[in-house]
Design a binder for this molecule. Sequence first.
Ligand code: ADP
Ligand code: MG
Ligand code: ZN
Length: 636
Amino acid sequence: MKTIDDLEKEIKNVDRELSKVESEIAKLKNQQRQLHEKKTALKNSINKIKSDSLASVDWAGKSYEWSEDVKNTLRNVFKLKSFRPNQLSAINCTLSGQHAIVVMPTGAGKSLCYQLPALVKPGITIVCSPLVSLMEDQVRSLTKKDIPAKLITSTSSREESNAALNILKDKNSPIKLLYVTPERFAKSKRFMANLQKCFADGRLQRIAIDEVHCCSQWGHDFRPDYKFLGILSNMFPKIPILGLTATATAHVLTDVQKILNIPGCLVIKSTFNRPNLFYKILEKPTSQEECLNILEKLIKYRYKEESGIVYTHSIKDCEEIAMGLRKRGLKVACYHANLEADTRSKVHTKWHDKHYQAIVATVAFGMGIDKPDVRFVIHHTISKSMENYYQESGRAGRDSNRAECVTLYRLQDVFKVSTMVFSSVGSLDHLYGMVKYCLNGTLCRRQLIAEHFDEDWGNTDCNKMCDVCANPTSKVIEINLELHCRTLASIIDNADKQDTKLTAQKLLDAWFLKGPVNLRHKGKEPNLSRNLGEDVIAYLLVENYLVEDFHFTAYSTISYIKKGPNIDLVQDPEFEIKMPVRKYSSFELDRPAPSEIENNILDLEEKEVPKKRKSHSNDASHSKKTKTIVIDDNDD
Ligand code: ADP
Ligand code: MG
Ligand code: ZN
């Protein structure tokens, strides 16, 4: 008979075996995950090779059977003289029956890539578009050109919907383009049945999917119903799918191909460089009054009599700023989603006609802006991603003349945006991409934009059209952050022991020996300006040494700062983190902006960060002419 002791010993043995098995399982699981990752990477490589080989064909040729027709339609129906870059390639490719994704910046002319082919071949083109207002604009402008087009929306009357649905069945219907929202594919059985009938009759010419990045969770405005479009390629074999988007990251593009079931399809991609836009980051003051001073000067003097947009973060900001600027005698109006459609449209028109110089808007102002001479876009608060920033700022200078994109940046705004977006997948990474762009003071801003859109920047010249290139410097100043990192970690640990959470502001206070004594850092005040301290915190956040931790109250969401996954690296005595210090270049707020591109004497004077102990120079990672100076100021 075994004693309890014996049995317990046995249990211990079994436990030991179990833990061995569990560790084996963990190892195997890890191996499995790695193999899956490897497989995905290999599949992606195959698709990339397929796409590349399709892309190596010269699609811009003029000797296709439809080439004559295409040329005539462009001139006679669309009344346009010539194609813009890549439009002809996209048109030839989709007319050849290839699935394709067209990536062009906003305003480059993507719509023509499906509108024109629709007219040169028999049958009907279905256009899937995420926004009713976009569809209405397009159908209106097509109708003006006598192109038969219709749309089905949820607000259409029963008769209208029925008529539109019958187009799909009616062999004699003259309609060439039918616009629908993705919900139609996902939720209307009748629509799908009629579409199948249209296909069976050989009348389905192609399916164009506008804003196709909405398929992907990694895109900036994911729409669940877009996922449903994945069935189309199997349901309608040989019917070409043409996706169109201004989102160019490789990640999103492969994801979109996967979801639409067209892996390895041709991707036609245009450059995202807007050579006529000047990019600038300005330090944002802490008070709204000081912000208004800056905006007033810019609009009154730098952009005197020129049209522009001021983007704000919230409806409240939008109204406050518009009011503030009006009090200062400026002709501006506000635009946001809470205004009646009628009011919005009036504001838009008055701005268009130069009755208002600027529109102070939330991002609700965007779709359907077709004003070529926007000379400035000012961001009063950072955008939630580089993609959004590119689109919003890109509304400047559509006429190819010089225009300016100015962003006011301050750490505090990071949390205004993060607490609003954090709950959707990938949104914090997107926001931090924007923060990196703002923190940058050493690389050409165009280069960062190009990198963001996975574009090969090479040696492309910015032509001094960003604040960094316009103000070249012979040296880059870097500071070491290891000790700062340890200090911040100890402040967070100390607060944690007292059951206190720290917002970035409180963390800064404690670091700079301000605020509640029990939270303050016990050592010396850091040898930095408070502004630079803010940059350090932002830098550590985007590099994952610190992370945001979101908490809900009844009225709002608060972002607290916690230690991030990388902070342990700092324990290693060999470890180094260096942050390049931004240069604060002056920018003449009250003198007219240059009107010509070559003429870029912005008179940016150099103002240096307070001098500290200089150590060795290290120029490996910077351009030839630039020296790097590392300031070792970890002496607190
Ligand atoms: P996107 O969808 O890429 O943002 P749109 O298709 O809405 O751009 O086109 C933007 C503007 O460019 C429209 O006013 C359109 O008429 C104009 N456009 C498009 N193609 C051409 C062209 N080849 N020549 C001149 N204007 C064009
Ligand atoms: Mg478009
Ligand atoms: Zn530059």
